[in-house]
Design a protein around this ligand. Sequence first.
Ligand SMILES: [Zn+2]
Length: 295
Amino acid sequence: MTSASIFDLLATRPVLFDGAMGTELMKRGLPQGVCPEEWNVDRPNVLKDIHRSYYEAGSDSVSTNSFGANRIKLASHGLEDRFYELNRAAAELAGEVRPAGRFVAGDIGPTGKFLKPQGEYEEAEFEAAFADQAEALGSGPVDFFLVETMFDLREALCAVRGIRRGSDLPVFVSMTFNRNPRGFFTLMGDSISRCVEAFEAIGVPVIGTNCTLTSSDLADCIREMRALTSKPLIAQPNAGKPEVSSGDVVVYSQPAEDFARDVPKLVASGARIVGGCCGTEPEFIRQAAAALKTA
Ligand SMILES: [Zn+2]
């Protein structure tokens, strides 16, 4: 734990998170189908290198490599029994390279499964998996939890309740919206206002949106959120729209300069925390840091 809290920093100036983890791991050779969190144990230096590159680019906080490290998601790789080890390692790796005065977010993503009636899971099962993950991550040097890329409000609320059972650390939540002609909705049909109301009711201190949208669409989404809440808002857009290149590889081709140009717009729209999602790299964060200084 660092002495000043992330809330002290949020009260002072706009805060910079990091960029993508998945695409950085692929660049460093993570094969398709391999569990990214397994590299926390098998290739720890790769993870430290990625975290270090984001801190050096100017990230105030980096997110642990634990997006898919809940028991339910790990089961798809047959690794559910190693959830504690993989989460604990994720926290340690970020903590080892953290400069003084910076932060580590314990990253928590969706289970990849659906709750009843669409799926087979009970809310209690999701909650238990998130409680276990939070306990494991929270046993390492993390400062707060970042629940992100959530496309089902019910699952996000399971995550908040579960994490609070497993740890006393603050829980931030970032939802993923699609834009359609009627506005912004999650995959499960949750509107921005429904999400904001639910997080207000359960006392989540920091909320926001990440993934799927480009920086310009995401700024519109943030503006709508800003009108509904006074909480600090997180904005982590993708590096433009995904394209499928030869070999069925998904690529994000937005140049860092274009991404950085929208950073002041995100802040003006009401974002207090800015970072990147799929396809963003340390160079995006470096340019975003420069843009924030003049925002
Ligand atoms: Zn993403």
